[in-house]
Ligand binder design. Structure first.
Ligand code: ZN
Length: 117
């Protein structure tokens, strides 16, 4: 369900902008509660313009027990071709080293897989 991070209010599917405050709604699956959310406690560990890549990495981190959240600047109401909107993956500061280690491992595995072909 789309969720307004500003009003803490859930909306029905299909709505992307909060009718009350005009904020971009987020999927509550990725939503971090305001009391937990503080930019200084989160660091970007990965950025990509491919949102599926970031989502895949997020799932991998979750399965490793590392809490992560996605920040997307993509505006689906404005599909501009060649628009390099960056999708960011953030983790808590205490998880940075393990997250970076994990990402490095995944990249190495990917490289090895490519070399075998
Ligand atoms: Zn709102």
């Amino acid at each position: 369900m789309p969720f307004c991070p500003n009003c803490n209010y859930e909306y029905v599917e299909g709505i992307t902008i909060c009718p009350d405050c005009g904020s971009h709604l987020v999927e509550d699956a990725y939503f971090v509660k305001p009391e937990e959310w503080s930019e200084k406690n989160w660091e970007v560990v990965f950025t990509s313009w491919k949102d599926y890549e970031v989502e895949m990495l997020r799932d991998n981190l979750e399965s490793a027990g590392i809490t992560s959240t996605i920040l997307s600047q993509k505006d689906h109401n404005f599909p501009a071709p060649g628009n390099f909107s960056v999708v960011k993956l953030l983790v808590r500061k205490e998880d940075i080293s393990s997250a970076l280690e994990f990402i490095k491992k995944i990249n190495q595995e990917n490289d090895e897989g490519e070399e075998k072909e």
